[in-house]
Design a protein around this ligand. Sequence first.
Ligand code: GLA
Length: 379
Amino acid sequence: MPNAIRIVLVLSLCCVILACQKPKEKVVMLDQQTFGTLPDGKSALIFTLTNHHGMQVRITNYGAAVVSVLAPDAHGAFDDVVLGYDSLSGYVNDKSYLGVIVGRYGNRIGKGKFTLDGSEYQATVNDGENHLHGGAHGFHKVLWDAESSQTDSTQSVKLTHKSPDGDEGYPGNISIEATYTLTDKNELIVEYRGTTDKITILNPTHHSYFNLTGSPTNTILDHQLQIESDSITPVDNGLITTGVLTAVEKTPMDFRELIAIGAHINDASEQLTFGKGYDHNWVLRNQNGKVRKAAVVVEPTSGRVMTVFTDQPGLQFYSGNFLDGSIVGKKNIAYKHRTGICLEAQRYPDSPNKPQFPSVTLKPGEVYRQTTIYQFSTR
Ligand code: GLA
């Protein structure tokens, strides 16, 4: 056989072998960098989690904050769908809980007072006359310890923090763990675990502001929302729950079917007046502690969809009513009124003072657990 033909045959055979070989899955490495230096001289880290579809989530261990989430639109274009800051100082100075984990108690406790086993406790008053989101120096203002890990289909950052007895007025030395995992199903999973050495209360939640248009210069009023809920826990004018549940039917709180957030936000309604828009806890149908779908957000222009799953009995839907353009976030964008939506999985607001609500009490020997998932897709 002439040499030229032999070479052609060998080359063709090589091509066939190469074509038949299964392409090796690309290994994407979890990245860790220094985010900045805190006023006390300690360094905060920033982790970049990337999945095999190119979705990317950045997390800092200061405040356990999600700094950015790059999610694809219906045409495959990636944009950042959360509000946040370009640098650490933004998080140090932040007063709006952008992307952080709040606690020990997410949401409000009336006058900051609660009683456990006959002892009365006074948590920091930091929202009018009430306690909000763990107080002045809650989980959102501490540097958590961080450890990252990855498998073939997930990347995780496990954040841990010890809050001492008396911290912000809460009893008990507690250990809290929050693990963020990005999966190849475009899910951002947030898992919490907490223990105490003395009876206490624990109700942490995640406080990302989402804007699925990918550009927070747009409001979220055209985002459509559906919540798996038939009732809310109405509030008084200080946003403290009254203790009853009211049906959403025939009210602007009705998100049983997908509807634009802006459709009824300006309706005449005492609850909307108190909240300055939506800032209420929806009682989820799922009350059995299993992880179930809680809500769906659809952004019609980009086609982005976010589905929230949780094992918690309540979901605070906050429509960014306090954003007023005074916060300048990533890319120098001022966050104007209603440019972000928070969906905070939790027990009900002021539950320490409402024995009829699901309990937030944690005793020594017990383990607090929560799993909440934000899953991104398109339609
Ligand atoms: C929450 C509260 C709101 C507001 C924001 C932060 O979700 O329910 O009232 O305090 O946090 O600005």
